[in-house]
Design a binder for this molecule. Structure first.
Ligand code: ZN
Length: 161
């Protein structure tokens, strides 16, 4: 017998930044501003990430490249590892990701890589509370997700160990 199973994900496409909550706007704008600090001399692909902790504090991260390419790291993980190191007991309430090319002001569609999704999943499971996600979409749109599960369905967690 073979049973077919479907996993559904849900996300919202918000037509513009102005339609987000003021708090969401704040986190997304910080992620956009963070792209100024990206160290991406090889790809010129500037990624900024920002998050809001349960104590109300905001934090940012950027991609950090390296001449030995695999030694670099994505913005999402520089941010999450930094926050995980410095604020291990705080809940991550939401996280935003943005990207643009060097010398261009408009933002591109942001889509976190598989490794970053796995790290987001780890932190969400660690805090046992959903991390809301805001990703820059196309043409000024914003993609909004209620939880990392919607970005990484069928995720690997400590329960599989
Ligand atoms: Zn990544």
């Amino acid at each position: 017998m073979i049973e077919q199973v479907q996993l559904n994900i849900t996300y919202e496409v918000v037509s513009s930044l102005e339609e987000l909550t003021p708090q969401e706007q704040q986190v997304l704008l910080l992620a956009q501003k963070a792209t100024d600090n990206a160290y991406a001399p090889y790809s010129n692909y500037l990624v900024g990430a920002a998050l809001l902790l349960s104590d109300g504090s905001l934090h940012q991260g950027t991609n950090q490249e390296n001449a030995a390419y695999p030694s670099g790291l994505c913005a999402e993980r520089t941010l999450l590892f930094g926050v995980g190191s410095n604020y291990p007991d705080k809940i991550i309430e939401m996280m935003a990701v943005t990207v643009r090319r060097r010398n261009e002001s408009h933002f591109l569609k942001a889509c976190s890589c598989g490794a970053c999704r796995q790290v987001m999943a780890e932190y969400q499971n660690r805090q046992n509370a959903p991390i809301r996600l805001i990703m820059q979409g196309e043409d000024g749109q914003v993609i909004r997700l209620k939880s990392v599960e919607d970005l990484l369905p069928f995720m690997f967690t400590k329960d599989q160990l």
